[in-house]
Design a protein around this ligand. Sequence first.
Ligand code: G6P
Length: 462
Amino acid sequence: MASRFGAAQVLLASNRGPVSYTAGEDGALHAKRGGGGMVSGLSAIGPDAGALWVCSALNEGDREAVRRGVGEDGVRMLDVPAEVHSDAYNGIANSVLWFVHHMLYQTPLEPVFDQEFRRQWASYETYNRAFAEALAEEAAEGAAVMVQDYHLTLVPGMLRELRPDLRIAHFSHTPWAPVDYFRMLPDDIAEKVLRGMLGADRLGFLTHRWADAFTACAEALVGGLGETRIGVHGLGADADFLRARSHEDDVAERMAVLREEIGPDRKTIVRVDRTELSKNIVRGLLAYEELLASRPEWRERVVHVAFAYPSRQDLAVYREYTDEVRRVAEAINARFGTDGWTPVLMHVEDDFARSLAAYRLADVALVNPVRDGMNLVAKEVPLVSDEGCALVLSREAGAYEELGEDAIVVNPYDVVGTAEALHEALSLPPDERAERAKRLAAAGTALPPSRWFLDQLDALRG
Ligand code: G6P
């Protein structure tokens, strides 16, 4: 539970928090803890040192937890009304801002900024204000506040007005759109997003490319950055955690099952994603199909292990994409599969231990997003794979800035080119593959989550 108001020295704000609740049949609430960079980052400081994570209730279980006063030290969950959250999260954040920054609009999926959008925008403002007010209440004099991502772009500006004494940072985990694409947003909204973020002392981005795009938008639309400083912090994989976790028993059990499903003497191409349009899963499957069509020598000798976990299923466009992914995988299996060989092994229920099992078995990791803030899978698979895998990597992923030299790089729209890259990756001599994987793992773990977090905190307090 939140401790006394006005006591927190370091505050984190994000839509999704480190814990989520579901109500059981008996009415009891069950907590599920999430992992990830921010959890390990913030635990490097801990609630004893006055760290507080402010997040939103995301579902009925969470709302019930807030009402019953159930919670954890160092976490304050906001009881945002379901409709306000849905407008802000589904409507504005994941339909509009996500689509702008990932440049996902294309005919016939084009933005229509109508009255419904205006209504949702008002909820987005309400939602952001709820965060700003909670943070203003909890923060000690001069505290550091670290606001996360596109759900909360207005918080820095709102909080600055309420509490001019605070040090405020905002970090974007997504790409940032180029000016010509960003200004697709109605002028007043584009300006509010930029001015909201520029209420921060520091803005953080995952790569120079996204930081430069933001700067260009600020210069073109609101006369520049003003006093706000920009920093680039390329979040890396958590090597210690992943190495240990991937050698636990449940992972070994799932490896045995997967080995059985894959069959003997076959190579594996592994991908693990949330099922989400920017991940480009359909073109990845089509590239694999092209590989089997144009290079018949790989038939029966390779399996594509594709884990595509459900994401944002309240939105039709994400649901339809999920269906399409499944259809394309089934079509490939129908076209090429034989009695003893299933070309695409797809799983859709989220299972972290099984993901790690696939990582360990990977000969090739396929990471081909059309656009991605970073993509940690690209950093994780070469690190975890038992034999050291090859990496086929989109040049549009943030990770390309750090991993481009040792990956086999693709244009994510080029299906034939991606098929050729898969062939090249499968054909790499074992020594070279292992050498490259070693360098990829080193580059991909250069900035572990705890240092990523503490660097930003130091810079903010600096
Ligand atoms: C991206 C965003 C995160 C978000 C995650 C999962 O990585 O940058 O802020 O938490 O996707 O998406 P979800 O909508 O499930 O929180």
